[in-house]
Write a protein that binds this ligand. Structure first.
Ligand code: SAM
Length: 287
């Protein structure tokens, strides 16, 4: 169905199916016809690509993805949307809808089964209540994907894409930066959605970086990062010794090995220094 972002078409579908929006599931559907084609174009929806979509809603973005990509698999948690998606996507033979919570799925298995022989990218207008956990799952699971292109709350987008060393950067920014190159593509006003949320949004893209420097033990690295950003005003030594329950002298010894000042603050560390610090701390602990 091509005029899916037309508000009277959407209202007609929703009324016919007796659908009411669930705030709990972050259901704000796109009604601005210019946005979905842009997400699809900028999100690698093209021949030779399989697209994993999270939260298709009534299928407005799915429709644009299906027109361009070789295959689309869309994961939607809300069972009530199944008959609607059957109707709105009926003309596309390259779309499969899975009724599930994306957080419960084995995405490695899904990609292997559904996208054999294709490059893979993720596209989504994400439910805001679960934006960071979904992005972290997609990145930390090291899925064989080229990019993630997602609509997120403006504030979350700024945090996710902040350059390290700036005020907006936090533990989640470090994780994003560790696995990908992140950028904000464009802003989307609150009036582009139904119902209209009380915040603006933006579309971000993460291009997966397979060649960056990696920590010796990733689980430990992210534990250290969470500790580093738990009380970011403190010095690195106080933050990390406090949050990880480690002896200060040991943490100082790792700081020294990393050629950092003993009074350095967590947000002053570059990515290579963070990785080196976590590796050195691990070595000190294991001694
Ligand atoms: N893509 C549609 C659009 O742009 O109009 C809908 C986007 S709406 C912001 C988010 C969608 O994600 C909703 O359809 C919601 O039911 C679905 N959703 C929420 N939590 C989910 C989860 N854990 N797994 C899969 N889908 C989820």
């Amino acid at each position: 169905m091509d005029n899916l972002s037309n508000i009277s078409v959407i209202k007609d579908i929703l009324i016919r199916h007796g659908f009411t929006f669930s705030k709990k599931l972050g259901q704000n559907f796109l009604i601005n016809p210019t946005v979905c084609p842009r997400i699809a174009e900028m999100g690698n929806a093209k021949s030779g690509f399989g697209i994993l979509e999270i939260g298709p809603g009534i299928g407005v973005l799915t429709n644009e993805l299906a027109k361009r990509a070789s295959k689309v698999v869309a994961v939607e948690i809300d069972e009530r949307l199944m008959p609607i998606l059957d109707e709105t996507l009926a003309e596309h033979k390259n779309v499969k809808i899975i009724n599930a919570d994306v957080m419960d799925l084995d995405l490695h298995k899904l990609i292997a089964e559904e996208f054999s022989g294709l490059d893979v990218a993720v596209c989504a207008n994400l439910p805001y209540y679960i934006t960071s956990p979904i992005i972290m799952k997609l990145l930390k699971d090291r899925l064989p994907i080229k990019s993630i292109t997602a609509m997120v709350q403006k504030e979350a987008g700024v945090r996710l894409c902040a350059p390290l060393g700036t005020r907006d950067a936090g533990a989640v920014t470090v994780a994003v930066d560790y696995f990908s190159k992140a950028s904000i593509l464009f802003d989307v006003s609150r009036g582009s959605f139904m119902p209209s949320p009380n915040v603006d949004s933006c579309v971000v893209r993460f291009d997966i970086d397979e060649n960056g420097v990696k920590a010796n033990d990733e689980e430990f690295f992210f534990k250290v990062v969470r500790g580093m950003f738990s009380q970011r005003r403190k010095t690195l030594v106080n933050c990390v010794s406090g949050s990880l329950g480690l002896d200060k002298q040991r943490v100082l010894s790792a700081i020294e090995k990393t050629e950092l000042s003993p009074t350095v603050r967590p947000e002053q560390l570059t990515m290579p220094k963070m990785i080196a610090f976590a590796d050195n701390l691990m070595a000190v602990i294991q001694k």
